[in-house]
Ligand binder design. Structure first.
Ligand code: ADP
Length: 576
């Protein structure tokens, strides 16, 4: 139950480990000393009939020791929590950075709810591990060892009883721990599934309501909750059972020591003071071991979470090797070409099957095709979030892989189907396009995106909070903010994923107009859903099952009466 990688995290704060061990050893010594002083007070008062005044110094020392012991416990607790907080913050940061590095495509595979659970609950579970389990582990070694060192020279029998029974406690702990291990794993798994499902339901609430399926979902959540309750009860049962076994062991062993000491006393083989000293030490010997049993389960949760955290941290990040400076490209004339590009997310199915096309500077290529054809995958390839499994994508003749991802994405602006608005003001949301832009530039971008008018009508204008907890903007308004972002970014390449949802006519016209202005003079790759956009394109690619099945211009494609014709006809002008 000592996770090597977690310990490595802790060793970054080596001071913590040294201090924890140091404090553990001092605690061990104080425990012995306290028992010694107490034994001698009791012996002097009962056997030697001393008055209170005669044992006053010893009493003061005893009080002092109790106080120091409390102080040590307090300090080590504070220290442990401080270090746990530092490790948690660092791991959370690394996990987030890794998720950013992995990018939207790889992260899509992980369910967002499960990730949220890991980032919040999972990291919190490490608190118990670092602040509870590890310090207790140190105490469970240091205190019994110190106690044994003092008991053995005084009374070999008691020492041997302690020595022989002590390993039984960790042994039982390991046995029970192995049993609990798969239960804890299951508990963690069910909790993650519950979070993931809950998020799914929240995000899909409208759809669920629309199709009258919300009752089913409530039932599913109910079922998962019941499963979670059962596994939690299972874990608790094991925890209580192990506590029972450990208590029993410790009590029986203490009783054995007591019987041995009693016999020695009767036969006068030991003084009362020594016997009492040893009797006081016996429970102190088992105490940290018993506590370790209690903290074991909490710590195990942390280890489970850590496994998942390290699994994500270990995922290889696709990085390009040769780094060509993005700035060295002629940014005014970006020429993109796909050369027999293949791609698969996993070994099972190829999603893109030998796609080739050319996108000259200032050209507009429109991609149409049924849902699942691979349109978004092509856009992700173009943005460098994923690399072709075969074939090449070239930017002005250079392989895209030789450009650092970040630099390439500086040259590409994306207007997604449903733009995400972060919690922040309208101005801050536009600023995502180019952090550091001036207020005037933000306003100019909003103006060109046709967003100026509605922004000024908002309660606090550009300072109105929007996003998750702010004002809800309509689809058309959010789209215009995304267009404003793209204007601000002013990148030479534009990837547009047109919205499928219909907007009211005037909003639609406003969005269309803004899009048109945005496209001017840029190299544009559009996942098109509107006839108007398609008319405007220099070239249309019809994608089906990862292959380009038709390409050319609108009129010519219509005349062929193949997939393109069907798509246009079936949807009355709107694709999908
Ligand atoms: P389109 O945009 O044309 O609707 P996509 O490119 O989104 O199509 O998807 C094409 C296929 O690739 C679909 O079968 C989809 O399930 C699969 N797919 C998309 N993204 C991923 C992913 N991150 N992991 C695995 N499969 C994916």
């Amino acid at each position: 139950m000592i996770d090597k990688r977690l310990l490595k995290e802790a060793s970054k704060t080596r001071f913590y480990l040294v201090l924890t061990i140091g404090l553990g050893m001092v605690t061990g010594l104080i425990v012995v000393w306290q028992a010694k002083v107490l034994a001698s007070i009791v012996s002097q008062v009962f056997i030697n009939q001393y008055q209170l005044a005669q044992v006053q110094t010893l009493l003061i020392i005893l009080l002092g020791l109790i106080f120091i012991r409390a102080l040590l416990a307090w300090y080590s607790e504070i220290n442990a929590h401080r270090v746990a907080a530092r490790i948690k913050a660092e791991l959370r940061q690394r996990l987030l950075e890794q998720l950013f590095q992995l990018g939207p495509v790889q992260v899509r595979g992980e369910r967002t709810g499960e990730l949220t659970n890991l980032l919040v609950e999972g990291i919190e579970a490490l608190e118990d591990y670092f602040a509870g389990y590890i310090p207790q582990l140190v105490l469970a070694v240091a205190v019994p060892l110190t106690v044994l060192l003092f008991v053995l020279p005084i009374d070999r029998t008691s020492g041997l009883i302690l020595l022989l029974t002590a390993p039984l406690i960790p042994l039982f702990m390991i046995l029970i721990g192995q049993w609990a291990d798969h239960l804890t794993k299951r508990q963690w798994h069910v909790l993650s599934r519950m979070s993931a499902h809950f998020l799914d339901v929240l995000q899909g609430l409208t759809t669920l309501k629309l199709f009258g399926r919300s009752k089913d979902q409530i039932r599913v959540i109910g079922r998962i909750s019941a499963e979670f309750r059962q596994t939690t009860m299972g874990v608790l049962r094991v925890a209580f059972l192990s506590a029972l076994v450990l208590e029993l062991l410790a009590t029986i062993s203490t009783a054995l020591v007591a019987v041995g000491l009693g016999l020695n006393l009767i036969y006068d083989r030991i003084t009362f003071e020594k016997a009492f000293f040893l009797l006081l030490l016996a429970p102190e010997f088992y105490w940290p071991l018993r506590l370790l049993g209690a903290k074991f389960h909490a710590g195990m949760n942390g280890v489970q979470a850590a496994n998942r955290i390290f699994e994500i941290l270990d995922q290889p990040v696709q990085t390009s090797t040769a780094k060509v400076q993005g700035a060295s490209l002629n940014q005014q004339r970006i020429h993109l070409s796909f050369e027999k590009v293949h791609f698969s997310y996993d070994q099972t199915a190829e999603i893109v099957k030998g796609v080739s096309f050319d996108l000259g500077p200032g050209q507009k290529v429109a991609l149409v095709g049924p849902s699942g054809a691979g349109k978004s995958t092509l856009a992700n390839l173009l943005m460098g979030y994923i690399q072709p499994t075969k074939g090449l994508i070239r930017v002005n003749g250079l392989p895209l892989e030789s450009l650092a991802g970040q630099e390439w994405r500086q040259l590409v602006a994306l207007v997604p189907q449903t733009p995400y608005l972060f919690y922040g003001t309208v101005a801050e949301n536009i600023l995502f396009g180019r952090p550091g832009a001036t207020e005037a530039e933000v306003r100019a971008a909003a103006h060109r995106a046709g967003a100026q008018e509605f922004i000024e009508k908002l309660p606090q204008g550009y300072d109105t909070p929007v996003g998750e907890q702010g004002l809800k903007l309509s689809g058309g308004q959010a789209q215009r903010l995304a267009i404003a972002r793209a204007f601000l970014k002013n990148a030479p390449v534009l990837v547009l994923d047109e919205a499928t949802a219909g907007l009211d006519l005037s909003t639609e016209l406003a969005v269309q107009g803004a899009m048109k202005r945005l496209m001017e003079g840029r190299t544009v790759f559009i996942i098109a859903h509107r006839l108007a956009t398609i008319y405007d394109a220099n070239h249309i690619l019809v994608l089906n099952e990862g292959r380009i099945v038709e390409e050319g211009q609108h009129q010519k494609l219509l005349e062929q009466k193949k997939l393109y014709y069907d798509l246009v006809r079936a949807y009355g002008g709107c694709q999908e």
